[in-house]
Design a protein around this ligand. Structure first.
Ligand SMILES: *Cc1c(COP(=O)(O)O)cnc(C)c1O
Length: 373
């Protein structure tokens, strides 16, 4: 049985009908930009995240750029970034004209290495730092990280593109951040029918600036108090997301069950994994195996491929090693855990509504290669 790495077409019964009805009704009203769907989405996101202000925008990369600009990061500022994340995290820092310093990650949770982070703060006195909550959870030391940044006056931006629905200490992970972001790229936990993103903050002033920057710096309809750009979320995306939020609890439940299944089975096969720290209820975004034996990793990937089972390597390269980083990277602090994770990471299929046959098929293929060892 073939199993895709991710299947976005497993719509709940009635989902597509509701969506098509909305598209039809909105089209007949020419409701394309802003309007009720967008304001409804923002207030529902605010409720889900338990954060006072939510500003929707065009995509998750813009969300990070808006957040950085809104807190005043710009030319000449040093910004710390994790060496293991999606390229957009690094890119956003460069795009606001700041200088990125990469910081190594912690192999126990994939989050920032707090020891290296503190060294980087002492050494570079950064204006801000971006951390990414990868794989569906955040750092085990998130509380300490937030507290430390607050005390050191380092403005912390949390890239939450992969952690929608994750809970930290029993509360939404976005709650308590100075400013955080998410992405509605279709493959994310709360995915749209195209690109989208959002910024979350409890600070009304910052929220106001984010809103202005993402709408051409507007302070009046034809008055521009800032130089921003157009990063509005269109109304169709908002409408699609409003339907998706109705189904989010059952999607999360399904993702978490599959994640728990893998984690238990892989543990009994003796495979190393990174799983969510105890302080988290993960969202089941990504399964993370660490296959340090290179020959075994090649065998596993070959077997999965030939059985039609999708897999991922999220991510295959560290930020500091990208050719695009050469002209912008100010420095790197810490060791090479990011590189180690990059070479050993293997992600198994994980998405809502996987069936038991699919999960057991994946585990059977993995097991067949382990037994050959
Ligand atoms: C997806 C993702 C982004 C970028 O989001 P887009 O909506 O694709 O621009 C940024 N950071 C991380 C960690 C992501 O996974």
């Amino acid at each position: 049985m073939a199993v895709p790495f991710i299947d976005l077409k497993r719509f709940e019964e009635g989902f597509l009908d509701t969506w098509l009805e909305k598209v039809s009704a909105m089209s007949s009203r020419a409701e394309f930009i802003s309007g009720n769907e967008v304001t409804t989405l923002e207030s529902r996101l605010s409720e889900c995240a338990q954060v006072a202000h939510v500003i929707s925008c065009a995509n998750g990369t813009d969300a990070i750029q808006l957040a950085l600009r809104a807190i005043g990061v710009g030319r000449g500022d040093i910004v710390l970034v994790p060496n293991m994340t999606f390229w957009a995290t690094f890119e956003a820092v460069v795009n606001v004209n700041a200088s990125p310093v990469t910081v190594d990650i912690d192999l126990t949770d994939g989050g920032i290495d707090l020891v290296a982070f503190k060294i980087a703060v002492e050494k570079f006195n950064p204006r801000a730092a971006v951390v990414a909550h990868l794989y569906g959870w955040g750092s085990a030391k998130l509380g300490e990280l937030r507290e430390y940044c607050k005390n050191q006056k380092v403005m912390l931006v949390e890239d939450g593109a992969q952690c929608f629905g994750a809970e930290y200490m029993g509360e939404p992970i976005y709650k308590g951040a100075l400013i955080s972001t998410t992405s509605f790229y279709p493959a994310k936990v709360l995915g749209g029918a195209g690109d989208g993103g959002a910024v979350f903050t409890d600070d009304a002033e910052i929220a106001k600036r984010v809103r202005q920057l993402g709408n051409h710096g507007r302070t009046a309809h034809y008055g521009y108090g800032l130089v921003g750009w157009n990063s509005r979320l269109d109304s169709f995306q908002a409408a699609y997301l409003n339907i998706s939020i109705d189904y989010l609890p059952q999607r999360l439940k399904s993702r978490r069950e599959s994640a728990a299944f893998y984690s238990k089975e892989l543990l009994s096969l003796g495979l190393k994994q990174i799983t969510a720290p105890d302080s988290y209820n993960e969202n089941g975004y990504c399964n993370v195996c660490l296959i340090e034996n290179e020959a075994l990793k090649i065998k596993l990937e070959t077997a999965l491929r030939s059985s039609g089972i999708g897999f991922g390597n999220i991510y295959p390269g560290a930020m500091s090693d990208q050719s695009g980083a050469v002209n912008f990277l100010h420095a790197h602090v810490g060791g090479s855990n990011a590189q180690q994770l990059c070479t050993s990471v293997l992600n198994l299929p994980l998405f809502p509504y996987m069936v038991l046959e699919e999960l057991t098929e994946v585990i059977d293929i993995v097991q067949s290669q382990i037994n050959k060892e």
